[in-house]
Write a protein that binds this ligand. Sequence first.
Ligand SMILES: [Zn+2]
Length: 239
Amino acid sequence: MTTIYQHGTLAQLVARQMSGTITVAEMLEHGDTGIGTFEGLNGEAIFLNGEAYQADSTGKVHHITDKQTTLPFASIHFDQPEASQKLPFKKIKYSNLTQNLKDEQLFNVFSALKMHGEFAHVHVRIVTKQEKPYPSLLQVAEQQPEFKADNITGTLVGYYAPKVFGGPTAAGWHLHFLSDDLTFAGHVLDFEATDVDGTLEIFDNFLQHLPINNADFRSMNQDIVGLDKAIEASEGGKD
Ligand SMILES: [Zn+2]
């Protein structure tokens, strides 16, 4: 049995609920590898080897040692290389990632992609911290700083979600990057890997956890019309 654990929903961020409702410590009870964002969309979260990292909107990377730091939305799983498929390539571009994994029959299952090695190019975006009253995710997405790095060594990690789960999460790929030297990280817009090893882990469980003790979440008006487009524009799930 393999499980991806998700706290909160992307739809909730579109509906302006960005308060931190789970701690890093609680997330790490459910996995050691994953992605997310921090309270008020204070940067991009990367979980790797049971540690949490933050890329802030100035482009700096922080190792989050305060395990009480909170997140409104995050996904995590236990990395199980022995129970995962080895990636069938060493070189890959984002634009042909899905095509090169077509034998894995991704489309109707949740999976985690993890690859480590040399990247000729990585292009990321980092969400900017917001204050209450929170704006919509879409408004935030329109002003996210972008960063690029060439010839960098690091880990690309994230998920593929089936189209039918667009709303709770980003349909398609949602990937983050963290460089080995902790100088570069973020939400991946594009990449070109030149010498990587990695795995694809398929999950048979999707565990959706909701912040039931958060009053704003309980009373929010979740607008469904236009949700797909707002998530696509902001979180950029790629097919
Ligand atoms: Zn992201």
